[in-house]
Ligand binder design. Structure first.
Ligand code: PGA
Length: 246
């Protein structure tokens, strides 16, 4: 079983048009990294321009969220079809910041995963426990339920990102042992539900990944790459993390 690692940068609400220079540095650095797929998920305003700038480089462009429907009266929303049309090949769904600040439930996330599939895009489906849930010994149970509820039996072509909420943007990370335990559980559940497809699904780790800890976190069994927030805004740091797969 060979799962090609994926290192994806989630820029969140950061980046103006001039940040294409950061993407250009990533494109240049990517030439030396043939063992790993690189993806940049900028704000929606930058997707079309980034897709042009990255064309032919192998660096993929992704989006950070989508609406569940293809079109209609939904002021301010963007559909998966529109993101695809702009040049994105993937979309992050169910990020904890969407779940927390936009009240997204597992059912809402599940509808977005279906929307991504309908548009021919890869959904990067985020799951992860809060600090309180881990403290109460409920981390595995919480993630298992999120995974169950955020996917449909006929979901295909998705990527999972395990992102402990307490590790996002805090500089704190789980131990490699805790990551191994969680990724093993996710793998087991995926294989039970999707058979061979569950073996092939990539499971990313996300939450305070940086060049110093990437080696330890990304070499854990069943970790097939990373979803990177803060460190993805700097080309050198992003490339150094992906360099774990050199
Ligand atoms: P971080 O964010 O790397 O800044 O912790 C990760 C994420 O939210 O995807």
């Amino acid at each position: 079983m060979t799962r090609r690692p994926l290192v994806a940068g989630n820029w969140k609400m950061n980046g103006f048009v001039a940040a294409v220079s950061v993407l250009e540095q990533i494109v240049a650095g990517a030439r030396a990294l043939s063992n790993v797929e690189l993806m940049v998920c900028p704000p929606a305003t930058l997707i079309a321009g980034f897709a042009v700038a990255a064309r032919g480089s192998g660096v993929l462009i992704g989006a950070q969220d989508c609406h569940a429907l293809a079109l209609g009266a939904h002021t301010g929303d963007i559909s998966a079809e529109m993101l695809k049309d702009a040049g994105a090949v993937a979309v992050i769904v169910g990020h904890s910041e969407r779940r927390q600040y936009h009240g997204e439930t597992d059912a809402a996330v599940r509808a977005k995963v279906l929307a991504a599939g309908r548009a021919g895009m890869v959904a990067i489906v985020c799951v992860g426990e809060t600090g309180a849930e881990r403290g109460a010994g409920r981390a595995l149970e919480v993630v298992e339920l999120q995974l169950e509820g955020s996917l449909s039996d006929d979901s295909t072509g998705f990527v999972i990102a395990y992102e402990p909420v307490w590790a996002i943007g805090t500089g704190r990370t789980p131990t490699p042992g805790d990551v191994a335990e969680m990724h093993r559980l996710i793998r087991e559940r995926l294989v039970l539900r999707y058979g061979h497809g569950g073996e092939e699904t990539r499971i990313l780790y996300g939450g305070s990944v940086n060049p110093a800890n990437a080696g330890d976190l990304l070499r854990v069994e069943n970790v097939d790459g990373a979803l990177i927030g803060g460190a993805s805004l700097k080309a050198a740091e992003f490339l150094a993390i992906a360099g774990v797969y050199r």
